[in-house]
Design a protein around this ligand. Structure first.
Ligand code: PSU
Ligand code: MN
Length: 322
């Protein structure tokens, strides 16, 4: 990996474990204590259709830069856990030339396997948090986190994003969790895990496509406050934290209409027998069809907004850390 610095070589003295490659630009920003924002890659490969996914990946990086921070898109590229993917890798993740080389979805459990196998892996929120923290990045922007799935009482389907938030010190900026999930149960799980959930200018958890879930969260008035809350949370031994940003009003979808579309998407998933890590990508694409692409437009708008907010918050944290 010429031109790329590695941050560790052989953890636990384990020869052959691939080192994490950190893009030079990201490494310099971190060394100078300038703000850096991590971005995930599952949303590129499994969350949005081409070409929206590639445009989005590039736009989020520009949004972070426009706020004075450095973006670091995270993924496993040819077996190398990479923090700060190059544009060629983004293109490959958005649309592989060869279907057989399509990056696999990588959550926390898959990191070691995919790295050892030398494959390409698109990191979820959980896996992105893990690699970002190892690289020294503590702010991460995404769309929606995974959570407790509806019907989890039978399926036990609870996203590893929640357990990662409980253990890894990264502040995740999102629009809440998608309403395809059981939102009250997701909030309960986060509370049990000691993960604070702050609302960006609001005291209610956004429901991703719409601003309102009816579920209370802690109000955060501005970036300086979020930065203080984050530093205090860390000082008291906390790990992950969530900042939930309501979707931009002009793109928000009607709550009742989304709920109907979700119900249809869930029925389709059950009928198709979709299980495990395929569930979330299936529901996202079914929902895009059910809403005639409106969910995709809303998703892109809120992802970009979250990138901007995350960059502002990373800037405020950098001021406190100087
Ligand atoms: N929610 C979205 N868009 C996404 C995802 C979730 O609105 O693209 C992706 C994220 O990468 C998240 C993952 O971490 O799905 C959760 O998958 P699972 O439920 O299998 O843990
Ligand atoms: Mn799952």
């Amino acid at each position: 990996m010429t031109g790329r610095a590695t941050i560790y070589d052989h953890p636990q003295g384990c020869a052959g474990v691939p080192a994490i490659a950190v893009a030079p630009e990201v490494r310099t920003a971190l060394a100078q204590r300038r703000p850096v924002v991590a971005l995930e890659s599952t949303v590129i490969s499994h969350g949005l259709p081409y070409p929206h996914n590639l445009e989005l990946a590039r736009a989020m990086e520009q949004d972070v830069r426009a706020q004075g921070a450095t973006p670091a898109t995270v993924g496993i590229v040819a077996g190398v856990p990479t923090v700060g993917m190059e544009d060629a890798a983004l293109q490959h993740f958005a649309r592989p030339d060869d279907e057989r080389r399509r990056p696999v979805k990588v959550s926390r459990r898959d990191l070691g396997y995919v790295a050892a196998a030398g494959g390409d892996g698109a990191t979820t929120v959980a896996a992105t948090m893990a690699l970002a923290a190892l690289a020294g990045i503590h702010v991460f922007a995404t769309g929606g986190i995974g959570g407790v799935h509806r019907g989890a009482r039978e399926t036990w389907d609870i996203s590893a994003d929640l357990t990662e938030l409980a253990r890894t010190p990264v502040l995740v900026v999102c629009a809440g969790a998608k309403a395809i999930l059981d939102l009250p149960a997701t909030l309960e799980y986060l509370e049990t895990s000691g993960v604070p959930v702050l609302g960006w200018g609001v005291g209610e958890l956004p429901a991703f496509y719409s601003a309102s879930s009816g579920l209370p969260v802690a109000l955060a008035p501005d970036a300086a406050f979020v930065a203080r809350a984050w530093c205090a949370h860390r000082a008291f031994g906390g790990a992950g934290m969530l900042l939930a940003v309501p979707p931009p009003a002009e793109y928000a979808l009607n709550g009742a209409a989304v709920e109907e579309a979700i119900t249809r998407a869930l029925h389709r998933a059950t009928a198709a027998g979709v299980r495990g890590q395929a569930v979330t990508p299936f529901l996202l694409s079914a929902l895009a069809q059910e809403t005639g692409g409106e969910s995709v437009r809303a998703n892109i708008a809120l992802l970009r907004q979250n990138a901007r907010v995350a960059a502002q918050v990373a800037g405020a944290i950098a001021v406190l850390a100087q």
